[in-house]
Design a protein around this ligand. Sequence first.
Ligand SMILES: CC(C)(COP(=O)(O)OP(=O)(O)OC[C@H]1O[C@@H](n2cnc3c(N)ncnc32)[C@H](O)[C@@H]1OP(=O)(O)O)[C@@H](O)C(=O)NCCC(=O)NCCS
Length: 402
Amino acid sequence: MTDLDIRVLTDDQYRAAHTLFRGTLHHGPANDERWASVVSSYEPGRAWGAFAGDELVGTVMSFPSAIAVPGGAVLPMAAVSRVGVRADWTRRGALTALQRAQLRSFLESGQVVSTLRATEGVIYGRYGYGVATRFRHVRVRRAGAKSRLPVAGRVRLLEREAAVPVVQAVYERVAPRRPGTAARWQGWWQVNVVQPPEDENLKFAVASGPDGDDGFLVYKVTPGSHEAGNERPAVLTVLDLWTATPRAWADLWAFTLGVDLVDEIDAVGRPVDEPLDWLLVDRRAARVVSEVDETWLRVVDVEAALSARAYRSGDPVVIGVRDRVLPENEGAYRITAEGAVRTGEEPDFVVDVEVLGAAYLGDVTFRSLALAGRFTPTSREAVDRADALFAVDEAPWCGTYF
Ligand SMILES: CC(C)(COP(=O)(O)OP(=O)(O)OC[C@H]1O[C@@H](n2cnc3c(N)ncnc32)[C@H](O)[C@@H]1OP(=O)(O)O)[C@@H](O)C(=O)NCCC(=O)NCCS
């Protein structure tokens, strides 16, 4: 590996790091107005730089968050973002050095897991990140798309200022009910909702029923054109939709289907088990455009993570864990319906920490992972025991982009 110095960034280095990161995605620097909004999302001790001498050539950072896990516990989670190495320094170990430093700092500061979104599927497995949730992009052809359910509550549009506190309160109440969801930090709200980039003409709809506000939708509409030779559909994009009750869910979808001068509805980043097709009179009005990896999850503290989540009933299993980056995690863990503890017993099978991260929230079974050669099971029966314990009711989903 090239001789690089890995250091925590000081606040006078955040803007250069942000510019460097944006450059690795082929974007220009944030202007002063945007930077004024973004700067608050950098927090002391959470951004790292790889330096060649005095020159910053790579960066990673993380936001302070928490993740809901099966059974309802909410664990300290580092939300990793803004990862980039300057094009003239790639493939010389900069990211590897940054990842190692960052993961160790997570362990030392009590983070139980870290998560991220990956630009490419080949980058993060080597550092122990596994795909723990997936999301869907669904497109609805609006002509003739109709909900089977009558509107039962009320949906009202609010201006941004009035909407933000309502949306935040509903999110904080509703989101932790589903495993995989993330606590949204102040900077997230600031950059995405309070002061998003100028072209985001966001609209806010709130659903309420007998118990008050119990759902919200954030959306935008990109107008279409009927000009000859330049036709394009008007698209309503569902950016953020969370509901506390089945009624609020059906009402907000009915509202969405009813907005005039819209040809298509694009619901991006939705849970894989959202039954939108079943809601529609003509299920073929909705189609899944893609279903891809969402959360890459790294179990930072294996014992804390395994003991915090709930398990279904079933016979115990002992899982061995290999972790080359954080060897403290290596060992065997006995998992029962009552919980998980570290043990000196011989494991039933051994997995890399990446495989554990993928299976942790219950999105993929150990059986599938074994079939795909991601670990070598000693017996099918032991894998079935693990799957019975790790099974979940709802597909895990994050729904927060960072
Ligand atoms: C992804 C990125 C940060 C990797 O940085 P890097 O310093 O080149 O990574 P490293 O040199 O530490 O690579 C470690 C290993 O991962 C591999 N790797 C890293 N990025 C890869 C990529 N994009 N495609 C294929 N392999 C990759 C390297 O080949 C190397 O493999 P090896 O250990 O077998 O030699 C860098 O390519 C980048 O900035 N890309 C553009 C921005 C981006 O996608 N950021 C990620 C946001 S989630």
